[in-house]
Design a protein around this ligand. Sequence first.
Ligand code: C5P
Length: 215
Amino acid sequence: MIVTIDGPAGAGKSTVARTLARRLGFGFLDTGAMYRAVALAGLRRGVDWDRQEPLAELAGRMTLQFEDRKLLLDGEDVTEAIRDSEVTAVTRHAADNPQVRSRLVELQRRIAGRGNFVTEGRDQGTVVFPQAACKIFLTASAQQRASRRLADLQAQGETTTLDRVLADQQRRDREDCDRAVGALKPAEDAVEVNTDGMTLDQVVDHLESLVRKRA
Ligand code: C5P
């Protein structure tokens, strides 16, 4: 059984999806981490971001593996490196590249296509797993999402302000929604859940009951 969780940045998808997967005894697939890893590889190689081919070629050659809670890029643990703001800033080049997307979509289907998985991203219910048994679209107000992101960044030791996080979030929302392929939008059969004012446990309880009803 596949459960897809899509939604904008900062809606709490990763923590919710991971916790839900653990409760259900399902595997967990963080697809945003894969786009970040391609961007990290591009950054390290110094690819020309104005051209799509070099990054697509790099994505076609690299290996990505999830091991426990770690992401390995060509065998190297990049779990922390992909969260750097420098990587976040260039990840759109991977996400906007149709050839990179088709390679990662194929990989996502190969990883989660057989078995029980909770997959998390932007296009999981619309493009990658249109037949998923349960689709969730997780949202929260812009203010709440930015406050969560600020807390995460501060915990990583980064110094920034709420205004800067809000501006960055607005830009990413626009990029996610305007993307020609794999744009952020709820699948027609997705259940929309707004997490404003809810604790992590409340959100996961709610989603778990939705999944159990569909199972
Ligand atoms: O979720 P996260 O912020 O880690 O995702 C990194 C970037 O990858 C996002 O800004 C989004 O544009 C992109 N992404 C995507 N499709 C997915 C998951 C993430 O385009 N399925």
